[in-house]
Design a binder for this molecule. Sequence first.
Ligand code: IDP
Ligand code: MG
Length: 149
Amino acid sequence: MEKTFVIVKPDGVQRGLIGEIIARLERRGLKMSAAKFMQVSQELAETHYGIHKGKPFYEGLIKYITSAPVMAMVWEGPNAVAAVRQTMGATRPTEAAPGSVRHDFGLEVGRNITHASDSPENGELEIKLWFKPEELVEWGRANDEWIFE
Ligand code: IDP
Ligand code: MG
């Protein structure tokens, strides 16, 4: 089953949105595989956002993601990457679909509350970067067959 990597970023944590975001992913039918509440190091931030190095917002982005704790998670399900990106909404909150997390709770791109992997390949890379293999939990959910076809 496809897995994707999700972060409740420092603004989401500070604003008390961890539970709200987990609730939305659970309600959607996605299944949690791993989670940890953590402070992001400079090194991890730079590796995770390496693709954006050199862009005008890069320094601010590293400062933002290391500024306070985050909730890092892995979620599983059919088309988990696309499903979670949809639940989070477009990168810019003013372009995010109504009902999405970034629409419902955000205004500015530099305070857009969450991260979610943008492809299955990047999902795998990000999961490896943020979690040890033994931190991922394979479990059977009682109602899996009523959610996964
Ligand atoms: P994504 O998080 O929707 O995948 P990316 O384009 O990969 O969006 O950008 C990574 C993160 O960098 C965004 O979520 C946002 O926090 C930040 N970011 C992107 N563009 C800007 C910008 O123009 N100004 C400030 N921050 C930005
Ligand atoms: Mg991205």
